[in-house]
Ligand binder design. Structure first.
Ligand SMILES: [Fe+2]
Ligand SMILES: [Fe+2]
Length: 330
């Protein structure tokens, strides 16, 4: 921990310990990044209807509401339509998340917007990561457009609820902490998405959807590691006021990633012909505080692990804060 004092008293671009610099790389990016190495064309397969006899657009186990009797009674066509709706929504959200949220957080690192020394390898890897996210947005959008055309899905929210919530959070952050808020939003997003994609990819999906998600996952496993290390480095460099701000905003950021977009879900269920009373019951069960907390606790394990590794929970106040928010046990 000898570096703590050194770094936190160096708001300029002075030298940082070499051992730190080596952690901030995306290993073998030139040969392993999807944008450099993937040969997939992200086109829907010509035998998509045949594939749907045994495969899915999105794993039904991830959408527990599909088990509702009103949906089960409708059969496989409705199931496919609802999972297609979900996938298009997820990919539209991903496209915005990559460009407008994660890459904005990456800009904070690349352009040294925080008064913390950024080693050159960290900046270089951030520029590679920025390129990766641009490619993820491209292939997410390519697949989303094809599925939307396949099912004539026209009502796609311009800004999904979570993105609106993230923008509002940033707008509320005091000017002096805004760059830090962006970085933390990126850190949470990047440590959550790798686990999310890993779980989704364990299932049997339509081939090109699977290829696309696996290409994304391969990159995100490296991004998650990078952002966890970057958080550790920044946490050590933060002063106590920045740490207090970081802790408070982190408990606000994490639950956003597990919120349900009720109005979108209502509209998705309506488009599949689900009756109003069933629709209200389904959406109501998804949006309870308890259900949201359970999703957040299960889905933020990698984020909490990274916080723990960085020494974030060595401050008892942070443990209490996270326990009160339902993200940890009391
Ligand atoms: Fe990504
Ligand atoms: Fe990423």
């Amino acid at each position: 921990m000898g570096g703590v004092v050194l770094i936190s008293t160096l708001p300029d671009q002075s030298e940082a310990p070499v051992s730190w610099s080596l952690k901030f790389t995306l290993p073998d990016w030139e040969s392993r990044a999807s944008v450099r190495s993937s040969t997939h064309d992200y086109r829907l397969p010509s035998d998509v209807e045949k594939q749907l006899q045994t495969r899915y657009w999105f794993p039904p186990a991830f959408l527990p509401y599909l088990a509702h009797p009103a949906i089960q009674a409708k059969g496989s066509e409705t199931l496919h339509r609802l999972t297609a709706n979900h996938l298009v929504y997820f990919l539209d959200y991903t496209t915005l998340l990559e460009h407008r949220i994660v890459n904005r957080a990456v800009e904070v690192i690349v352009h040294r917007e925080l008064p913390i020394y950024i080693p050159l390898p960290m900046k270089h890897a951030a520029l590679q990561l920025y390129t990766d996210e641009g490619y993820h947005a491209l292939f997410s959008n390519q697949i989303a457009e094809q599925i939307a055309a396949h099912y004539c899905i026209t009502r796609r929210p311009v800004i999904p609820k979570r993105i609106t919530r993230m923008n509002a959070l940033i707008a509320r952050a005091p000017e002096k902490n805004r760059a830090l808020a962006w970085f933390l939003l990126g850190f949470v997003s990047e440590t959550i998405i790798a686990r999310e994609l890993l779980d989704v990819c364990r299932n049997t999906l339509v081939s090109s959807v699977n290829d696309m998600l696996r290409d994304h996952l391969a990159d995100e496993a490296r991004h998650s590691h990078y952002f966890a290390e970057a958080f550790h480095y920044f946490w050590i460099a933060m002063n106590s006021r920045q740490r207090l701000f970081a802790a408070r905003i982190l408990v606000e950021i994490i639950p956003i990633f597990f919120e349900v977009d009720e109005s979108w879900l209502q509209q998705s269920l309506r488009s599949a012909g689900i009756a109003e009373t069933d629709m209200k019951e389904i959406v109501g069960a998804m949006a309870t505080v308890q259900a949201s907390r359970e999703r957040a606790r299960a889905g933020s394990k990698s984020t909490l692990e990274a916080l723990h590794k960085a020494g974030f929970f060595a401050l008892p106040h942070n443990l209490t804060l996270f326990a009160k928010a339902g993200l940890l046990d009391e």
